[in-house]
Design a protein around this ligand. Structure first.
Ligand code: AGP
Length: 606
């Protein structure tokens, strides 16, 4: 989603800023822009990628030493060059992430003398308000803070003023902004990853504060203009190496294939095979008071929510504590029963999902304990929660989440075992299954050719239904989401038992139904559901053990998936072939698999 990068220093900064924007590209965006100052505000913007912006920057000063850039994911107004940031006038320029909720109301307060809006964005309203405030109050800090006090919503933004050309004014509320010192320079970005080649020490200013940034100095103020002590810099190990696709055609395919190794590494990191127990200290158990927990709520969005669905059922069964999964934005805005006996677990690959962050803020204000299971130890979520378990699955670049999903499920499994096994017998059977899991993932990855051929067979399909029961139901939801995201084929996931309550009306020979059918407690029931589809001429694609006689009697089209006698681990094994199925169907359709249309890797608006 939107990303901000800025620089004030001693070196020509245009290429520093465009290089910073490239580091933000993985988040997903649809337009980009850059501003530098060299006796005048100079701006270039364009739709598309940073590469599409570069030809437009040739007229910008190559010796300017202060400036900022932006990657935009359209929220207010279409993806056009006019709506791209920076927005500017000769007096000032602004870049902004987030949404100003009261922009319409604020726009009405602008006296309309000669203000010609160039865009449809909420951001431009802020620009004109500050420029107008500057006319009666020439101190940029006072003008800027007077407008910041009026803003509602979540934002991270930065402004440059031609009347104060060595400084940039930065403010945030709810959305991340990191500041770093470089060589004779200060830099800022919405993502520390973009700053990592300049420094490993980052300051994270608190909500509703203003940082005034210049080459050799930083100052922090509140919205009343009172100076505050600067936040202590945090040293973070943010990866600086360039992540490439290796020999894979897409990041998504590479990330699918990494799963065997990533899961094996996490198993060995978190499970002590000598003691036959999870390593409780590495699963953050010492930071959570489980004695106090009477209710667990597991939240996330999209794929992370599907992991939450699996996690909640397993927790309730194993820990005998009421456990519920909920999409973070729904829990945030209802009158949920939350108190100091509630443990909120936030699942998030990025740790920057605004919906999840605001849910956690809300839960903390109600006294809940909070645990993050997250792939990004330097993210806002990781820094906000009481405890963190890192996914440690390496950067996930493909917008469609794959290895982060399976790793989240594995880590929850180990966390629950750790809670449960504090006084229990050694976990011999679990240890056996954990040893087996990476081998089964490798087995699935070795069946790629078969999966690719089934996908090719269905390249004309316009709709898909996925069904599953028990732990395979969230897998049906997740696999349908994967297919939608990257192939743009309409797909829905249902619990097998739901078919007869409505969706069965959709079944005919044009409706392929993918049946997630591992050999588990639900097997005979899901086979019966597949039979109902077959009886109505639906095309049945089975995911299961190809040696199984019942499955072979139902359909010739079987995507091979081995059995493992543990429901959560079985869900992980089932997810992988269906990630590949979605990938190969998308390949047939020729879509932009790593950066599908309209989607962003990090969804930083509510
Ligand atoms: C997954 O394929 C999606 N791109 C999306 O649903 C994602 O899982 C969701 O936006 C949540 O992201 P997070 O895990 O980074 O919080």
């Amino acid at each position: 989603m939107c990303g901000i990068f800025g620089y004030a220093g001693n070196e020509p900064c245009l290429h520093i800023i465009t290089a910073g924007l490239r580091k933000l590209e993985y988040r997903g965006y649809d337009s980009a822009g850059v501003m530098v100052y060299d006796d005048a505000v100079q701006v270039a913007k364009n739709t598309g990628k940073v590469d599409d912006l570069l030809p437009h920057t040739h007229d910008l000063s190559a010796r300017a030493t202060i400036g900022m850039g932006h990657t935009r994911w359209a929220s207010h107004g279409k993806a056009t060059a006019a709506n791209a940031h920076p927005h500017w006038t000769p007096a000032a320029a602004i870049v902004h992430n987030g949404i100003i909720e009261n922009h319409a109301e604020l726009r009405a307060t602008l006296s309309d003398d000669n203000i010609a809006f160039q865009s449809e964005t909420d951001t431009e309203v802020v620009l004109h308000l500050v420029v107008q405030a500057l006319q009666s109050q020439p101190d940029p800090l006072i003008a800027f803070s007077s407008v910041m006090r009026q803003l509602k919503g979540l934002y991270g933004l930065a402004m440059f003023f031609a009347c104060d050309p060595h400084r940039i004014y930065i403010s945030r509320k709810g959305l991340p902004l990191a500041i770093a010192a470089g060589k004779d320079a200060h830099l800022f970005s919405s993502d520390p990853l973009a700053l990592a080649e300049h420094s490993s020490d980052f300051m994270f200013p608190a909500d509703a504060t203003i940082v005034v940034l210049e080459r050799q100095r930083l100052a922090l103020y509140d919205y009343d203009g009172e100076q505050l002590p600067l936040p202590v810099a945090q040293h973070l190990q943010v990866p600086t190496q360039k992540i490439d696709k290796g020999s894979y055609r897409h990041f998504m395919l590479k990330e699918i294939h990494e799963q065997g190794l990533v899961l094996a590494n996490n198993i060995h990191r978190l499970f002590d095979f000598a003691q036959l127990r999870p390593r409780a200290e590495m699963l953050a158990l010492q930071k959570i008071d489980m004695q106090r927990v009477k209710r667990i709520k597991i939240v996330g969005c999209g794929t992370s929510y599907h992991a939450a669905l699996l996690a909640a059922v397993f927790a309730e069964e194993q820990l005998h504590i009421e456990s519920l999964a909920e999409v973070a934005h729904e829990l945030r805005y209802r009158r949920a029963l939350l108190n100091d006996q509630t443990l909120i677990v936030a699942l998030s690959q990025s740790g920057e999902t605004a919906d999840t962050l605001s849910c956690i803020e809300h839960a903390r204000s109600r006294g809940c304990q909070t645990l993050a299971i997250c792939n990004s130890p330097h993210s806002t979520l990781a820094r906000t929660c009481d405890a963190l378990i890192e996914l440690n699955c390496g950067p996930e670049i493909g917008v469609a989440s794959t290895k982060a999903f399976t790793t989240t499920v594995l880590i929850w499994y180990l966390f629950v075992l750790a809670v449960r096994s504090a006084h229990a017998r050694p976990l011999t059977k679990d240890a056996h299954n954990l040893r087996k899991l990476p081998l089964l993932i490798d087995y699935v990855l070795n069946s790629t050719a078969q999966i690719e051929s089934v996908a090719r067979q269905y390249r004309q399909a316009r709709n898909f239904i996925y069904i599953g029961r028990g732990p395979s139901f969230p897998i049906a939801l997740e696999s349908a989401l994967k297919l939608k995201e990257i192939s743009y084929i309409h797909a829905e996931g249902y619990a097998g038992g739901e078919l007869k309550h409505g969706p069965i009306a959709l079944i005919d020979h044009d409706m392929p139904v993918l049946v997630v059918a591992p050999q588990d407690d639900y097997f005979l029931r899901i086979v019966a559901n597949a039979g109902e589809v077959k009886a109505r001429d639906g095309a049945v694609i089975l995911l299961g053990n190809p040696k199984n006689r019942e499955l072979r009697a139902l359909s010739d089209t079987i995507i091979p998936c081995p059995d493992i006698n543990q429901p959560l681990l079985q869900a992980i094994v089932c997810a992988v072939p269906l990630q590949l199925f979605a990938y190969y169907l998308a390949l047939e359709k020729g879509t932009d698999i790593d950066q599908p249309r309209h989607l962003a890797k990090s969804v930083t608006v509510e």
